[in-house]
Design a protein around this ligand. Structure first.
Ligand SMILES: [Fe+2]
Length: 196
């Protein structure tokens, strides 16, 4: 039986993102884990009877949404664990970013622009192991726009629930800036090493 476990995150007080917002956000994450497991169970149950084909089809569609919601948030909260830390000058990730985007600052400006995409979803940096390249991309909702065979390195939640207790929706740019003030780049570097 496939089953996923809810993770816990060591999140000390963040700069510009309130504990209230994080607490509410973690409840949503818990819901995604619960629903991922629930759908897997339900699919097993419903597929025993052909009369359930319509329900089954809809649940199968829903699975990627819930799974994406679970996993995306694990990258997001994981990047905020144990306080902020800079990306070290000699890190492999820094070198890869510079190779793909010229400078780290150039990449960061591109990524912040991507995060301003209209709608709910995620700004992501993923690693394509097949070509050794890093890709910035937008994921709609939780599941539409993940790139096949790539590994997420950095995931920035741009759903309004990620910042609505701290910033009005017209000021999401401030939330993006705040996120980067809190990122633990050691965790991001770890994602990159794992992806390779
Ligand atoms: Fe979220």
């Amino acid at each position: 039986m496939i089953n996923f476990t809810q993770k816990t995150f060591n999140l000390s007080e963040l700069k510009g993102i309130s504990t209230k917002n994080i607490e509410e956000h973690l409840k949503l994450y818990a819901g995604y884990v619960k629903n991922t497991n629930f759908i897997l169970e339900k699919i097993e149950e419903l597929r025993k009877d052909e009369a359930n084909v319509y329900l089954l089809t809809e649940l199968q569609r829903r699975f990627a949404f819930e799974f994406g919601g679970m996993r995306n948030h694990e990258y997001y909260f994981g990047s905020l664990e144990n306080g902020p830390a800079p990306l070290s000058e000699n890190s492999e990730l820094k070198k890869a970013i510079e190779k793909n985007f010229g400078t780290f600052e150039n990449w960061l400006a591109i990524f912040k622009g991507l995060a301003m995409t209209k709608g709910i979803g995620w700004a992501m940096l993923s690693y394509d192991k097949k070509t050794g390249q890093l890709l910035n991309h937008w994921v709609d909702e939780q599941h539409i726009g993940h790139l096949v065979s790539t590994f997420p390195i950095l995931a920035l939640d741009m759903w309004e629930h990620a910042y609505v207790y701290d910033y009005p929706t017209s000021e999401k740019k401030k939330y993006i800036e705040t996120f980067f003030e809190n990122v633990n780049w050691e965790a991001i570097e770890k994602n990159f090493i794992e992806a390779q």
